[in-house]
Design a protein around this ligand. Structure first.
Ligand code: HEM
Length: 489
């Protein structure tokens, strides 16, 4: 009896092990798979060795001479795509429109598959459309939004002025400014500054603690009980609590009509009152969470990188300044000026190429068996899109490791090559916040450079090597803002 049980057990375990290490037929090339962990170790090691997950994956793809890298993390099939053709295909084809349903993503969405960013199918379609329409109805993407951004720009200038030429770390003001604009349209008012600061700090830690694949917590959800801190679970739980408190308080105030004017939360509460299916407070909370997480640091990190790039490239900074003074003089910048400020626009495009904020876009879930580059991508495979690798692709860019705004200007002085930039994605899941991001980046950067020269604060030029987690961020640095017109100081 004992022997037969042992034999059955051995057969079952062997079957399980073999099944977990054998790749599907015609699956894209990549490292071997090991029982339980798949190719996790290789991915972790390469990411550590090259300083960022996207760089490690890019090196692995080159090792296997492929533009479609086939991996398995724990039990999850994961494919990473490289090269313009494949990136374009995944961004735009319907088969790739899904989002994975993993432990990590549910945790990020307050425990349920709700919201916009990590849902798919009819719920995603309906709520993405609703959110965009109603944000627009209350002024998002319109002149009112530009006015809010300009007002935040003046707050930033006042902050710099108050510091009286002391070295400044722009992280102290930029993320608060973006959040204020965003929250104005979502909830009709600003988030209290102390709450916002602590929330931003947690978002920052979270971005650094996780990779796009969700890390060990995703592969071993039980690790949250054994090592809550080390697995990152405690961090996400704290973040969820803080964000929930902010959003719940806003919803409560709206329910008692204590917020003046119109905003997204009021529009959503009206739908709940009309008992529309899928319009629930939980869904409203998760959409607000999606917007806060997706919109805050992405945008402010770009402005921070633009300031770093201006500091490290003084000749380019001077060209931007001259273009601003010759074209705008002292006028307050607005988004439509970007069409006249060609060099400045090229500079900002180069910032978003050189420091790609979302180096790996996605994750996407394959909705049915499909193919990329002739390889089979089975249904439910997770796909990551290597945007950063494309932004350094030598088939598109000459000397990609050189910071050079001129690569975006043709011989007649007109912008070129922007069609090769994929920083906001493409297709039906393209970033819905791009109008806020683009206007904020342009207006604040131009507003600062119009008034100040950006100088080294302690004689040491800060590194331009970003720290990369879920998104890229500049390593902490300070700069001196020297008034262009001494009367300003
Ligand atoms: C420079 C700033 C930003 C960058 C680089 C950026 C980048 C991206 C990218 C690449 C995607 C597509 C992901 C995919 O294809 O799977 C995306 C999606 C998204 N972004 Fe942004 N984003 C920025 C700012 C914002 C802002 C300001 C908001 C908020 C209003 C926002 C809200 C979202 C949301 C909700 C999604 C998910 C859309 C969906 O799944 O349908 N983003 N973003």
């Amino acid at each position: 009896m004992f022997t037969s049980v042992t034999v059955v057990l051995i057969i079952l375990v062997t079957g399980y092990v073999l099944k977990s290490i054998i790749k599907p037929k015609n699956y894209p090339p990549g490292p071997s798979w090991y029982p339980l962990f798949g190719s996790s170790y290789v991915v972790e090691n390469m990411s550590k060795k090259y300083g960022a997950q996207w760089k490690g994956l890019s090196k692995l793809a080159k090792q296997y001479s492929t533009k479609v890298l086939g991996l398995k993390l724990g039990r999850e099939l994961l494919v990473v795509v490289f090269g313009e053709k494949n990136v374009h295909q995944v961004f735009t084809q319907k088969e790739f429109e899904g989002r994975p349903d993993s432990f990590f993503l549910r945790l990020r969405c307050l425990g349920k598959r709700l919201g916009i960013t990590f849902t798919d199918g009819p719920l995603w379609k309906e709520h993405r459309q609703f959110t965009l329409k109603h944000l627009k109805n209350v002024g998002f993407g319109k002149t009112l939004m530009e006015k809010e951004i300009q007002s935040e720009m003046f707050t930033i200038l006042e902050y710099i002025d108050r510091k009286k030429r002391k070295s400044i770390n722009v992280k102290e003001v930029l993320p608060l400014a973006v959040m204020n604009v965003l929250w104005r349209f979502v909830a009709g008012e600003k988030i209290k500054e102390d709450r916002l600061r602590s929330l931003l700090e947690i978002l920052n830690l979270r971005s650094r603690a996780f990779s796009m694949a969700g890390g060990w917590l995703n592969q071993m959800p039980w690790s949250r009980f054994v090592i809550p801190q080390l697995s990152g679970y405690a961090l996400i739980a704290k973040m969820n609590q803080q964000i929930s408190d902010i959003i719940e308080e806003a919803i409560k105030k709206h329910k008692s009509n204590a917020v003046e004017g119109t905003d997204f939360i009021y529009s959503f509460l009206t739908e709940i009152d009309e008992n529309k299916e899928t319009y629930t407070e939980e869904q409203l909370k998760t959409i607000c969470l999606d917007l806060l997480i997706a919109g805050s640091q992405t945008t402010s990190n770009v402005v921070e990188f633009a300031i770093l790039a201006a500091l490290r490239n003084q000749a380019a900074q001077q060209k931007v300044y001259e273009e601003i003074t010759n074209t705008l003089g002292d006028d307050i910048p607005c988004w439509s000026d970007s069409y006249r400020l060609t060099y400045t626009s090229a500079f900002l495009l180069e910032v978003q190429r050189y420091f790609t904020i979302v180096p790996l876009a996605g994750p996407r879930r394959v909705l049915e068996d499909t193919q990329i580059d002739g390889y089979l991508i089975p249904k439910d495979t997770t796909v990551l899109i290597s945007v950063a690798d494309l932004h350094f692709d030598t088939e598109i860019w000459d000397n990609p490791h050189e910071f050079n705004p001129e690569r975006f200007i043709d011989e007649t002085g007109v912008l070129k090559n922007s069609e090769h930039m994929y920083h906001f994605g493409l297709g039906r899941r393209r970033c819905p916040g791009d109008s806020l991001a683009k206007s904020f980046i342009f207006i604040t950067f131009v507003g600062i450079l119009q008034k100040y020269r950006i100088d080294c604060s302690n004689g040491v030029l800060p590194s331009d090597e970003p720290s990369v987690g879920l998104i890229a961020a500049a390593k902490p640095f300070t700069v001196d803002f020297v008034p262009r017109n001494p009367m300003v100081s």
